[in-house]
Design a protein around this ligand. Structure first.
Ligand code: NAD
Length: 391
């Protein structure tokens, strides 16, 4: 059954997330603006429930409720994590020229990229949105990293056998917790802000010299290592891989810092590469009993040598290491609200006067378009796939 069979408007399908994913790609709040712009929104029944958005709210705001198939057959399908056909699931209901939008990690998901090209799908990766002012409203990496940084600190505070703030009471004075944040991008800066709000004393480090000002503006102390990374930043403002010798020296210096703190939050990432290992097993051995590491880079291998993705490791010297891989999904309501705004902003760019208008001259479209017409058109993704094949 096609729930909008009579309509000539473009349909946007919102299927339920993959197992373990609690977020939803569009929340009811953004539906009226999409309907006004000429789109029909088709939501799989129950798609928003785990994020706190019941079907009735979607219906009230003008969406159509339908089956999973109804949502997956739409001209545009919006998802949260992955285009939805790793292992070729959902491809049976896809159709050529169908547009799929998601945070899809195309540099790390070669099978999904190849499957999309084979099936002539038009895939857009929200993780590739260029970091330019005009694209800020679509920057889903930033919106979700904000949630990650906040939740990492909340998890650490829950695990730590100490309180975060300094307290002066009749029963004595409690010293504030010492927090060290490694990587001061979006997640790291939010972690600094959250830890400061809870009253911790915060230090932070980033390989990009430009991060010093951001760190200090949040009231944290910037750790300056006697290390010259040279050219640490690429043209887009992301960190570059810096070579074994640099990382070894960095590990030695990190070991000295982590020995004196209660909490370490690591967020260091390099696009398209495994996360750099910055905290070695030896450094963990030197940490105080009861201290906690929350490794937000766990999905990409982790910044700590002992991290295990989605597991809690407690070492012999009683250091707890958490390796969560999807913190935004643990706060699905607000994470979905922000993600929806990103998706709606992108739909505003690619749907004009009720028609799909993918302008490949547009810097944002060029930045996020991965496959179309049976080809992998994104240069960086194509290169990464070719390199992976040659290895
Ligand atoms: P990211 O998630 O790719 O990486 C997180 C942080 O880890 C980065 O700050 C990076 O420098 C750092 N890092 C990498 N290797 C490291 C190492 N060996 N030691 C210490 N730190 C290391 O980064 P992100 O949060 O996506 O931000 C990437 C860049 O984009 C930053 O410069 C950020 O300010 C910028 N940005 C710009 C906009 C915008 O202008 N619209 C929006 C968001 C982010």
């Amino acid at each position: 059954m096609n729930v909008v069979a009579e309509s000539t408007r473009i349909a946007v399908g919102v299927p339920r997330g993959s197992p373990g994913e609690a977020r939803v790609a569009l929340v009811p709040l953004v539906v009226p603006q999409l309907v006004k712009s000429g789109l029909d929104v088709i939501v799989e029944r129950g798609a928003g429930v785990s994020a706190g958005f019941p079907d009735a709210d979607y219906a009230q705001d003008g969406a159509h409720l339908g089956t999973r198939r109804d949502a997956l057959e739409a001209e545009i399908v919006v998802r949260v994590r992955g285009w939805g056909f790793d292992g070729h699931g959902n491809l049976d209901v896809s159709h050529p020229d169908q547009v799929i939008i998601a945070l899809a990690d195309p540099l790390g998901s070669p099978d999904a990229v190849r499957a999309a090209a084979e099936h002539k799908l038009v895939t857009l990766a929200l993780d590739l949105v260029p970091r330019i002012t005009r694209a800020q409203a679509m920057d889903a990496l930033s919106s979700q990293a904000t949630v990650t940084g906040y939740k990492a600190v909340v998890l650490a505070a829950d695990r730590l056998p100490k309180m975060f703030p300094m307290l002066t009471t009749a029963a004595g004075t409690i010293a504030p917790a010492q927090v060290f944040v490694v990587g001061a991008g979006v997640a790291g800066l939010q972690a600094i802000a959250t830890a400061r709000r809870l009253g911790a004393v915060v230090q932070a480090y980033d390989v990009r010299p430009a991060a010093q000002e951001d760190i200090e503006s949040l009231g944290a102390r910037c750790i300056l290592l006697p290390l010259a990374p040279g050219d640490a930043e690429d043209q887009s403002g992301y960190a570059k891989e810096l070579g074994g010798a640099f990382y070894r020296r960095q590990q030695e210096l990190m070991a000295q810092v982590v020995a004196g703190v209660d909490v370490v939050i690591t967020t260091a990432l390099i696009p398209g590469a495994p996360a750099p290992v910055l905290i070695t097993a030896e450094a963990v051995e030197g940490m105080q009993p009861g201290s906690v590491i929350v490794d937000c880079a766990a999905e990409k291998g982790g910044n700590c040598e002992l991290t295990r993705a989605d597991e809690t490791v407690v070492t012999d010297n009683r250091v707890t290491i958490l390796g969560p891989t999807n913190l935004p999904s643990t706060l699905p309501h607000d994470a979905s609200l922000m993600y929806s705004k990103n998706v709606a902003a992108l739909l505003g760019l690619i749907v004009k006067d009720g028609r799909l208008a993918l302008d490949r001259e547009d810097e944002i479209v060029r930045g996020i378009l991965v496959t179309t017409g049976g080809e992998i058109v994104h240069r960086r993704v194509r290169q990464a796939l070719e390199e992976a094949r040659d290895d």
